[in-house]
Design a binder for this molecule. Structure first.
Ligand SMILES: NC(=O)c1ccc[n+]([C@@H]2O[C@H](COP(=O)([O-])OP(=O)(O)OC[C@H]3O[C@@H](n4cnc5c(N)ncnc54)[C@H](OP(=O)(O)O)[C@@H]3O)[C@@H](O)[C@H]2O)c1
Length: 253
């Protein structure tokens, strides 16, 4: 895709990866809007010339309101990124984890579906455009301390594949961004070896700029997760990653 000519909405663009990509799309010459709940973060981005929209992806009415406001201001919108997500640790030996599981599915999976549904008529109507969905290396190689997170991202992967097939022939592409551990605020606690955000974002922009855009945006660091099953390393890597269960509060001695 031509990153200098997009009109892009990044839902979940108020922090971390979404905010960094928003700034890079804007720097490349695209028109950029972001959505999220944090009024403070939206005000900061608005000060940088980025269009901002309040949206809670767990609330269908909020998504519909944001969609109407975005399309009124940007009728030429051609790219929608479903970046919103939560990454929660869960201890499956305690029933209290259920609330985290529910929030994770409602935000990461159902939230993605709500946003895609809201913008599908617009993109299909214009006969051209791109949905960028966001999964994770964890969709392909579970990280046992975040079980519902892994399930939600594996589900978004499967959904993205079906969406691509269903939108075939409409001119609307579906691109799945598959980040490895990236050093955003959400990750620093969990993984001190996470990829620096700048390095990740630079590689993503380079991969996105290819024509045609690949179905999956896979930076070098995520290849071992994406292809673990094919490469026969899956069982060993899951066993190795199970060592991280020690980070759960109940397992700390
Ligand atoms: N960082 C990593 O290591 C990593 C790895 C793989 C995949 N990912 C995925 O990449 C995406 C961004 O992650 P990040 O690390 O940049 O996290 P982050 O800094 O915590 O950003 C999460 C974004 O999601 C938004 N969000 C959360 N709940 C929302 C809701 N109910 N409605 C609307 N927006 C909501 C937040 O905005 P508000 O709080 O303003 O609503 C924020 O903009 C997520 O989908 C995550 O799963 C991250």
């Amino acid at each position: 895709m031509d990153l200098s000519k997009c009109t892009v909405l990044i839902v979940g663009g108020t922090s971390g990866i979404g905010r960094e990509l928003a700034r890079r799309f804007a720097a490349a010459g695209s028109t950029v809007a972001v959505g999220g709940r944090s009024a403070e973060a939206l005000a900061e981005l608005s000060g940088e010339g980025i269009g901002t929209f309040e949206i809670d992806v767990t609330d269908g009415a909020s998504v519909a309101r944001a969609r109407d406001a975005v399309l009124a201001r940007y009728p030429e919108l051609d790219t929608v990124v479903t970046m919103s997500g939560v990454m929660l640790l869960e201890d499956l030996r305690t029933p209290e984890h259920f609330e985290a599981a529910q929030t994770t599915i409602d935000t990461n999976l159902v939230g993605t579906i709500r946003v895609i549904d809201a913008f599908t008529p617009h993109l299909v109507g214009r006969g051209a455009g791109t949905f960028v969905t966001v999964t994770s290396g964890i969709a392909f190689l579970p990280f046992p301390p975040m079980p519902t997170y892994a399930a939600s991202k594996a589900a978004v992967h499967a959904y993205s594949e079906a969406l691509r097939a269903q939108l075939g022939g409409t001119g609307v592409d579906v691109v799945e961004l598959v980040p490895p551990a990236v050093a955003t605020a959400g990750q620093e606690k969990v993984n001190p070896h996470a990829l620096p955000l700048d390095d990740f974002a630079a590689e993503v922009m380079q991969l996105l700029s290819q024509s045609p855009t690949p179905d999956e945006i896979l930076v070098e660091r995520v290849l071992m997760h994406r292809w673990a099953e094919r490469d026969g390393t899956y069982d060993d890597l899951v066993a190795q990653r199970s060592g991280a269960l020690a980070m759960l509060p109940s397992r700390r001695t």
